[in-house]
Design a protein around this ligand. Structure first.
Ligand code: HEC
Ligand code: HEC
Length: 187
């Protein structure tokens, strides 16, 4: 199958030179269409890699520096994780500049792109509101983010050899409830 390896080599070189990046187009395509009943906006596409689209390459507005979704994993591992509202994602860049976006009812959070932030690498932690304007750190990622602005670029829905699974907050089942129909992100 000489032609096949030739084709793969051609595709590969297109990917590095970036002239019509077939691999990038393919992975964006694979995310599928919008869910019916949810408008494109802060509540759409939970769990997906926001910056693949919200970037110069992807073309969706606004351009985002960082974006992701935070979940709770029920103690019964057979139950799927569901998004959590009101958690703070602390993002500290290499120069010590900190952004603190908060998750909405579908678990999504993001930081819009601005010139000069972030300087990679970036560290990520999760904070829970503790009342009176205070908050406490509940989880920190020890790995540094070097480039990928989307948490879902690494944190996929299923834990595997190549992914740590979704970004999750620790806690007990009776603390959390899946978002209801009142949430804009629920179709
Ligand atoms: C598959 C591509 C894609 C992904 C993935 C994606 N978006 Fe979007 N998003 C869009 C498009 C398209 C629009 C509509 C605006 C436009 O066409 O430029 C949009 C709109 C938005 C808007 C702007 C709404 C407004 O009216 O100004 C926000 C905020 C947003 N998305 C946040 C997110 C977040 C957060 C994530 C990740 C959890 C995400 N998006 C993932 C394609 C995407
Ligand atoms: C380059 C890949 C990558 C990206 C991008 C990434 N993570 Fe992670 N994350 C990991 C890996 C690997 C682990 C498991 C090892 C560790 O804790 O560092 C992890 C673990 C975590 C943990 C768990 C720590 C614990 O105690 O269980 C949190 C919280 C976390 N990430 C948050 C985030 C957030 C929020 C984002 C997006 C802003 C993000 N991560 C983006 C790779 C990534």
């Amino acid at each position: 199958m000489r032609w096949l390896s030739l084709l793969l080599a051609l595709l590969g070189s297109a990917a590095v030179t970036g002239c019509g990046d077939a691999l990038r187009d393919e992975r964006i395509e694979a995310l599928g269409p919008e869910v019916e009943g949810v408008a494109p906006g802060p509540f759409h596409r939970p769990g997906q890699p926001c910056t693949w689209c919200h970037s110069d390459y992807g073309g969706a507005a606004p351009k985002l520096a960082v974006g992701g979704t935070v979940y709770y994993q029920p103690s019964d591992a057979n139950k799927t994780a569901f998004p959590v509202d009101g958690y703070i994602v602390e993002l500290e860049d290499a120069r010590g500049v900190i952004m603190k976006p908060q998750t909405n009812c579908i678990g999504n959070f993001y930081v819009e792109y601005t010139e000069g932030w972030p300087y990679f690498p970036l560290r990520a932690s999760l904070l829970a509101a503790q009342g009176m304007g205070g908050s406490a750190k509940v989880a920190s990622m020890s790995t540094r983010i070097n480039r990928e602005g989307s948490c879902a670029g690494c944190h996929q829905a299923q834990k595997s050899a190549s992914s740590p699974g979704p970004v999750v907050v620790p806690g007990k089942d009776d603390q959390f409830k899946a978002p209801g129909a009142g949430c804009e992100g629920v179709p």
